[in-house]
Design a protein around this ligand. Structure first.
Ligand SMILES: [Zn+2]
Length: 278
């Protein structure tokens, strides 16, 4: 699943290519892409593809924003298009792609935006003001922006969950996923299955520094591409080459040489070193 560095890479690409361009027409080839799963887990939106398409026609892209793992096309006063890529979603600008679930055509042909998604968990929807959308309002702070670090630490230590799961919770901090959490915990010497509330207070600034470090490196390398992730030009990122432990269960730890262990924590696969992580 694309995490903060991957979504931010797409945002930067889209900003360069789409700002100032006007939507000509929209094809909704799979109406389920508009219905989504809803912020409250399960309820689907009632959306008429016709009105979705008509609302977008003639609107000009004023900006492209990222919040957590959400992308927002700011379409001027009173209208935003929000997108979440979930497991396998891609947003690719270029010519029309016949696998796309939705295609936005711009007046400045031949530019089109394709929303492609083989697993079909991704979603796009409209909101009058993206800041007030329930999905966005539920998010915790952005890790790469200045934030109340003490409040973040306290919220983490209030969690009854495993540390790995607590860090994946987007309400505490937005944008983290399995890959970057696995990396940051390794660099911080913390085991993923350890209770979040048992993490010593003095370990928290180090953990935050490592979270920021792995995200910034991922961003510099335009994201991790194992299978599905592509940038907005359809190209792979290269951050997978710089990963220390993620996806390397059974291989020697880069720190001590002991073999890394694969485990499931809260249903998600992660990797750690028994010697270096306590
Ligand atoms: Zn080790």
């Amino acid at each position: 699943m694309p995490e903060l560095p991957e979504v931010e890479t797409i945002r930067r690409d889209l900003e360069k290519m789409l700002v100032g361009r006007t939507i000509d027409r929209v094809c909704v080839r799979d109406r389920r892409v508009l219905e989504g799963f809803g912020p409250d887990g399960g309820r689907r939106r009632q959306v008429a593809p016709n009105s979705f398409s008509r609302t977008l026609a003639g609107r000009t892209v004023a900006g492209v924003i990222r919040r957590g793992k959400y992308l927002v096309l700011d379409l001027g006063p009173g209208l935003s298009l929000l997108a979440h890529l979930r497991m396998t979603g891609r947003i690719v600008v270029g010519g029309p792609d016949n696998k796309a679930r939705a295609i936005i055509y711009f007046r400045e042909a031949p530019t089109v935006l394709n929303f492609i998604d083989t697993r079909r968990f991704g979603e796009i929807w409209l909101a009058p003001d993206w800041r007030r959308d329930p999905s966005i309002k539920a998010l915790g702070p952005e890790p790469l922006e200045p934030m109340d670090e003490e409040a973040w630490g306290q919220s983490l230590r209030r969690s009854g969950a495993a540390l790995h799961s607590a860090l994946l919770d987007q309400k505490r901090m937005a944008g983290l996923g399995n890959i970057y959490v696995t990396e940051a915990l390794h660099l911080s010497g913390l085991r993923p299955m350890r209770r979040a509330r048992a993490v010593p207070e003095k370990a928290l600034p180090i953990l935050l520094k490592n979270i920021r470090g792995v995200l910034e490196r991922g961003l510099a390398d335009r994201g991790v591409s194992f299978r599905d992730y592509r940038d907005a030009l359809g190209q792979r990122g290269s951050a997978q080459k710089g990963l220390f432990v993620y996806g390397k269960g059974g291989c020697p730890c880069p720190g001590c040489g002991d073999l890394l262990v694969s485990v499931k924590v809260g249903g998600r696969g992660t990797v750690y070193c028994r010697q270096c992580q306590k």
